[in-house]
Design a binder for this molecule. Structure first.
Ligand code: ZN
Length: 252
C-alpha cells in the first residue's frame, strides 16, 4: 500500500516529466482514492480497460494514452463523460505518461522495444522540443528485410507492413513506437538501413521508396505495450504493489 502522492512523485521524477513539451498532462489525470495497493496498466484508457480495472478492484490505472489532448474538445460529454464517470464512481485514479514514457532510457517504450527486437542502442534522434524519442543502433545478427519483418511479427505478435527498399542486408536500424512515421526522413538522413514505427501514412510509402530505406509499420498498439508494463513492474517492486497489465486488443 502506498500513498498516491508518493507513487506519483516517484513516477514523475523517474520519468523526468518536466523535461518534455507534451500534448497532454503527464502524471495524475483523474484523482481517485488516496492509497494504492492494486495497479492496473494498459496502453490506452479506453472503456474496456476501465471496466477490467473495476472488475480487478484496482486503485489506480496506469496508461500511455490518457485524456485531455491538446486541441481536443475540452467538454466532458459523450464518450469522455462515460469514461470519467466510471473512474470517479469507482474511485480509481487515472495516471498517464506519454512522451516521457516513450523516451525513458530503461523503462521507455523505445528502450523496451529495442530490447525485444534484439537492437542495441547507439544513439537517438527525433525530439519534439525536448529529449529525443527515437533510437538507433545495430541488430544482433545480419538480417534481410523479410527476416527482419518475420522477427518483428514473431516478437510483437502482429505482422508488420513493409514498404520501401534499402540495402539487402540490414545492419543499422532506427525505431520509434506509435505514430512516429514522420521521423522516417530523419532516419534516412542518418543513413540508417531501416526504420520501424507503429503507424504508416500514404506519404510514408513514397518517402521510403525515394529515400532508399526499409520502413516497417509494426502497429501503434503493438509497439507501445512494453513501456507501461516496465513502469508498472518498477512501481510494483518499489512499493510492494500488485500490478496487472491488461492488453485490450487493438489491430492498429
Ligand atoms: Zn502512442
Amino acid at each position: 500500500m502506498v500513498d498516491l502522492q508518493e507513487l506519483l512523485f516517484f513516477a514523475d521524477t523517474t520519468l523526468d516529466i518536466g523535461a518534455f513539451r507534451d500534448y497532454c498532462p503527464n502524471g495524475l489525470q483523474v484523482e481517485g482514492r488516496s492509497e494504492v495497493q492494486r495497479l492496473v496498466s494498459g496502453v490506452s484508457a479506453c472503456r474496456d480497460l476501465i471496466e477490467q480495472a473495476v472488475e480487478l478492484e484496482a486503485d489506480a490505472i496506469l496508461v500511455h494514452h490518457g485524456y485531455f489532448w491538446k486541441g481536443e474538445n475540452g467538454r466532458i460529454t459523450g464518450i469522455k463523460r462515460e469514461r470519467i464517470r466510471r473512474l470517479l464512481s469507482a474511485d480509481i485514479s487515472l495516471i498517464a505518461y506519454h512522451l516521457p514514457l516513450d523516451a525513458h532510457p530503461a523503462l521507455g517504450n523505445n528502450a523496451q522495444l529495442g530490447q525485444r527486437l534484439g537492437f542495441d542502442v547507439q544513439g537517438s534522434f527525433g525530439g519534439v522540443g525536448g529529449p529525443d524519442l527515437a533510437l538507433m543502433g545495430g541488430i544482433d545478427s545480419l538480417l534481410t528485410s523479410s527476416e527482419l519483418g518475420a522477427r518483428i511479427g514473431e516478437r510483437l505478435g502482429r505482422e508488420p507492413q513493409h514498404v520501401g527498399s534499402g540495402p539487402e542486408t540490414i545492419r543499422s536500424v532506427g525505431w520509434c513506437s506509435g505514430a512516429a512515421q514522420s521521423y522516417i526522413e530523419q532516419a534516412a538522413a542518418l543513413g540508417l538501413d531501416a526504420f520501424i514505427s507503429g503507424e504508416i501514412s500514404e506519404q510514408t510509402v513514397h518517402i521510403a521508396r525515394e529515400a532508399g530505406i526499409h520502413y516497417f509499420a509494426a502497429g501503434h498498439h503493438a509497439t507501445e505495450r512494453y513501456g507501461v508494463q516496465a513502469l508498472g513492474a518498477a512501481l510494483a517492486e518499489n512499493f510492494a504493489l500488485e500490478h496487472h497489465f491488461v492488453d485490450i486488443d487493438n489491430p492498429v
